[in-house]
Design a protein around this ligand. Structure first.
Ligand code: MGD
Ligand code: MGD
Ligand code: SF4
Ligand code: SF4
Ligand code: MO
Length: 894
């Protein structure tokens, strides 16, 4: 396409050249065109009229005019300048702008911040706000993070489009016409709308009519030394890119970074929940237990104590590493324990989370990680979302899925609860908790028996199909519906939809894994994809939505008892020899213990000391009273934390680490994307970056390391694990890369298994449904499902110390009206949730989001005691706890 811009010829080629607007074309060629209501992530609106240019002599809005061959575009002319000045005057007559907003507008429209030729009197009389709009709805300060002041609104509608087209929440609309029109959010408080606090509206508003509290609050001069640091969110496994604006040693506000995986978008945790960093509760000095109390000691005393105790307890020490910490820190933890302390007793929270996914994917496909990328969300024509509350747990991915569905992609949701995606689904299958294997087998049954399989793919790339087909006998939807509770007709419909899709993308969560048959459930998902050849190609695949910011990385680095860095097998002598060479230490060949096995070993006196990095097991592991009893039995417990967690309260020695905003390193997200983490602030008091502490601990216990920076640690990771070989810090500097990153794939690997599976052929797995041992009874007739809510994060140690706790103040028990009525429980009543293992005390919320017979409770507040109730039942293959199914009774507290 050839055209001219301001008299200069431009020759454009490229895939989207036929769809590009004049505005984007100009900007991509370095020609500045002002625009107030343009954002590349939403459809152009043409509302603000600031991007007026001349096209072939006619005045047009550049954002809504498509570039065409032969066009003559003029962006600067006396006429256009005059037009823009006039527009500015009109805006000023309608909106009350702050000085800053006016200067910014003037600069973007006229390229100058002051107008020396401005007439003394305004060109247009000031327009008073319309009497048709009640004053109450012009301003809003009900939300913890957002402020609205419509006096500054220029009616560009960008907030409406951002909320609808990025987040998919549709909070805002326009009401009225012409000069009396205004943005509305339904007449009440913003806090009472569907707003999820993502901040997209505030981030795009050109005049701060909608603004972040954080930005508005900055005292004068606060921005003088402002720095912008590009880093990665440390909450969930989406791993959003952040741009942290900091000055005077404080975080001022956070924006989303461009590029994958979030393209500027964030959720309210990533954008706003950073106040915990400066909480007075932060640990600032090492603490030692003396006469039952934790008292401050120096770092030197702490290292000497550990050296002495670990020498005394040698052979009986285990480690839990932290999925909240960096790859480099996780690498050091397992290197320390394996190489320095001669044990493979190293595990991490992958155990209680997606270990079943990793096991099932490894067994079926050869690699235990997500097969696809988040970018496949835009390529898929159908989503199968199983046991994932995506919009609350992985909100930015959830928003991408919602947008794809709003554009026409189909959606099947498998979840016992009516989640936001379930409510939007084409087919929502609502199984009894714990019956995934029966349900997914019946989906496979329909696809096979109705001959909807991809026979060519099965023949060319898989094995074990005939045995698998045999094993489906007795799995028809009609036969399984009494177990699953899902009507056969719905199962048939879902199976046909899945089979008819050209690019079916699976996303799954803990509703699949945290079960007695967790691994086997995920195997069923893999089988389903194999039946349709829906793996190893763009838009399709099997994807565990791994939870923690760096749980993928913690496992990749080797914080699992059976696998060294890069999933190298501990029980393979050749593999060990490679590590022994690089580490200069002999390694034992005995596989270590999983978390539940460690607890049992404490009981037997085999484990007497533990080092726990950033994991609050006393609150988050199941059957918490037993966990506490066992931790209390330890002779020496070291906890390295940023807060005095429930676990740290039990420790003999507490070490103050640094949060993600206070250190360097890398995190690996749920699509295997390794991203850089960069330091913004200094840690408080005597707290230190966790990797520095680990290097000192290794030295103190006789295994000194040659590293002086995290980059050097990472370079050793690249040397020991081939999948990261080419992922240098420099190569990762912008949006990161998805492993494997090798000399053959220097740009990373967005899709696994494209031409061959890591194990050669993929293998169908025969799985038979087994009911959970945690059956309901006359005493415990309800099934408790536990899980998360959007506003809080796991133990809540961070989010509870932010204004998120103003939005959600406590854990609530969701209970169906029928079950509530039978127990005389009203909405908001205090209740006890009791199981064979213990009791939780919470408030009830009556809702039909849960089915009769099922109750749901989150675990973000320690005082609720959610995990006092959960059981000791674990996944048969990986020991992952069954958090998703506990037989309970609910009693009203009178
Ligand atoms: N806001 C927020 N986000 C988080 C976290 C957080 O604490 N808060 N934690 C992070 C972590 S560590 C993780 S692992 C992820 C977890 O993210 P998710 O996997 O989305 O988390 P959950 O809410 O635990 O459970 C998901 C869903 O499983 C459903 N479910 C329960 N039983 C069954 C069943 O038998 N079958 C099926 N098909 N579904 C079932 C539940 O109803 C629930 O909706 O989230 C991460 N993101
Ligand atoms: N009932 C129930 N229980 C569950 C689950 C469930 O669905 N239901 N889900 C389980 C799952 S999937 C998971 S992953 C676990 C998560 O359980 P945990 O890993 O125990 O929970 P988190 O709150 O994520 O964080 C652990 C600790 O890390 C600390 N921390 C954060 N950043 C850093 C850092 O940079 N350095 C250091 N040293 N410490 C840091 C925090 O203060 C926090 O105390 O919970 C499990 N528990
Ligand atoms: S914060 Fe997000 S959800 Fe709330 S109104 Fe703004 S864009 Fe919509
Ligand atoms: S979606 Fe996850 S990674 Fe992104 S901002 Fe929210 S919590 Fe952070
Ligand atoms: Mo997790």
């Amino acid at each position: 396409m050839k055209l001219s811009i301001d008299g200069k010829p431009h020759d454009s080629s490229g895939a989207n050249v036929n769809e590009i607007s004049v505005l984007e074309l100009c900007r991509s060629n370095g020609v500045a065109v002002p625009a107030l209501c343009f954002d590349s992530r939403v459809a152009p609106g043409g509302h603000c009229r600031a991007c007026i240019v001349e096209v072939d002599g006619e005045v047009r809005a550049a954002c809504t005019t498509l570039a065409r061959d032969g066009m003559r575009v003029v962006t600067q002319s006396p006429q256009l300048h005059e037009y823009r000045r006039d527009l500015l005057a009109l805006i000023e007559s309608e909106a009350s702008l702050s000085d800053g907003a006016r200067d910014a507008l003037r600069t973007s429209l006229l390229g100058e911040s002051t107008d020396t030729t401005e007439p003394a009197a305004p060109r247009y009389p000031k327009l008073e706000s319309s009497p048709a709009v009640e004053p109450a709805t012009r301003a809003d300060s009900s939300h913890a993070y957002l402020r609205i002041d419509l006096d500054a609104c220029i009616k560009c509608r960008l907030c409406i489009r951002a909320c609808g087209e990025i987040q998919g929440e549709f909070v805002f609309a326009m009401r009225g016409r012409g000069a009396t029109s205004s943005v509305t959010w339904g007449g009440g408080d913003l806090a009472d709308t569907d707003c999820v606090g993502c901040g997209a509206c505030a981030s795009v508003c050109p005049t701060s009519a909608i603004s972040d509290v954080d930005r508005g609050r900055a005292p004068p001069g606060f921005g003088a030394d402002e720095r912008v640091v590009a880093t990665t969110c440390a909450y969930c496994g989406v791993g959003c890119g952040l741009e942290v604006h900091a000055s005077q040693g404080r975080v001022r506000y956070i924006d989303g970074a461009a590029g994958e995986p979030n393209d500027g978008h964030l959720c309210l945790k990533g954008r706003y929940a950073h106040e915990f960093v400066s909480s007075p509760d932060r640990l600032t000095t090492p603490l030692r237990r003396v006469n039952g109390r934790l008292v401050p000691i120096t770092w030197e005393e702490a290292f000497a104590l550990i050296a002495a105790e670990f020498a005394r307890l040698e052979g009986g020490i285990a480690a839990l590493s932290s999925s909240r910490c960096t790859n480099e820190e996780n690498y050091l933890v397992q290197k320390w324990f394996r190489g320095g302390l001669h044990t493979h007793d190293v595990d991490c929270c992958a155990r209680v989370c997606h270990a079943p996914s990793a096991a099932a994917l490894r067994q079926g496909l050869g690699t235990g990680a997500a097969t696809s990328s988040f970018a496949d969300i835009e390529r898929a024509d159908l989503f199968l979302v199983a046991g994932s509350n995506t919009t609350e747990s992985h909100p930015v991915v959830g928003a991408r899925v919602k947008q794809a569905v709003l554009r026409g992609a189909q959606l099947i949701v498998i979840d016992p609860r009516r989640t936001e995606l379930a409510a939007l689904a084409d087919v929502w299958l609502r199984p009894n908790p714990g019956t995934n294997v029966a349900l997914l087998s019946s989906l496979a049954f329909v696809i096979v028996s109705e001959n909807l399989i991809d026979a060519e793919f099965i023949a060319a790339r898989t094995e074990g199909f005939s045995g698998f087909r045999e094993g489906l006998r007795g799995c028809s939807p009609e036969e399984t519906q009494h177990v699953t509770g899902v009507p056969a007709i719905q199962v048939r419909r879902a199976a046909r939809l899945y089979a008819a899709a050209t690019a079916p993308l699976q996303l799954h969560g803990l509703g699949m894994t945290e079960h007695f048959q967790g691994s086997e459930g995920v195997m069923c998902l893999v089988n389903l994809a194999l039946l349709r050849g829906a793996v190893g190609r763009f838009g399709a695949g099997v994807n565990p939505l791994r939870g923690q910011n760096n749980v993928q990385g913690a496992a990749d680095m080797g914080c699992q008892p059976d696998r060294l860095t890069g999933y190298a097998r501990v029980d393979d002598a050749e593999v060990r020899a490679r590590f022994e060479r690089i580490w200069g230490r002999p390694l034992c060949g005995r596989i270590g213990r999983t978390i539940p096995q460690m607890y049992e070993a404490i009981d037997r006196g085999e484990i007497r000391g533990m080092y726990i990095l950033g994991e609050d097991v006393a609150q988050t592991d199941p059957d918490a009273s037993t966990v506490r009893a066992r931790l209390t039995k330890l002779e020496f417990l070291v906890v390295q934390e940023i807060f005095l967690s429930e676990t740290a309260k039990l420790a003999h020695l507490v070490l103050p680490g640094a949060s993600f905003l206070e250190k360097e390193g890398t995190f690996t997200n749920a699509e295997r994307r390794i991203r850089r983490v960069r330091k913004v602030l200094d840690p408080p008091g005597d707290a230190r970056a966790d990797w520095r502490i680990l290097l000192d601990l290794m030295a103190a216990t006789g295994f000194p390391q040659p590293f002086s920076s995290v980059e050097e640690v990472w370079d050793e990771v690249r040397a020991v694990a081939p999948a990261f070989a080419a992922a240098t810090y420099d190569a990762l500097r912008s949006s990161g890369l998805q492993w494997p990153v090798t000399s053959e794939a220097p740009e990373g690997t967005p899709i696994l298994h494209r031409s061959t599976f890591a194990r050669g052929r993929a293998e169908f797995q025969c799985v038979e449904y087994q009911p959970s041992p945690n059956e309901v009874s006359a005493i415990f007739p309800l099934v408790l499902v536990t899980g998360r809510v959007l506003e809080h994060y796991n133990s809540g140690s961070m989010t509870r110390r932010t204004r998120n706790s103003r939005i959600v103040e406590r854990d609530l028990l969701d209970i169906h009206p029928r079950d509530a009525a039978a127990r005389n429980v009203e909405d908001g009543a205090s209740v006890v949730v009791a199981s064979r293992f213990g009791e939780a005390r919470v408030q009830a919320r009556i809702t039909e989001d849960v089915a009769p017979g099922v109750v749901f409770l989150s675990f973000h507040y320690p005082e609720s005691g959610t995990n006092l109730v959960t059981s000791d039942v674990v996944d048969r293959i990986t020991d992952c706890p069954e958090y998703k199914r506990t037989a309970v009774e609910v009693r009203r507290v009178s």
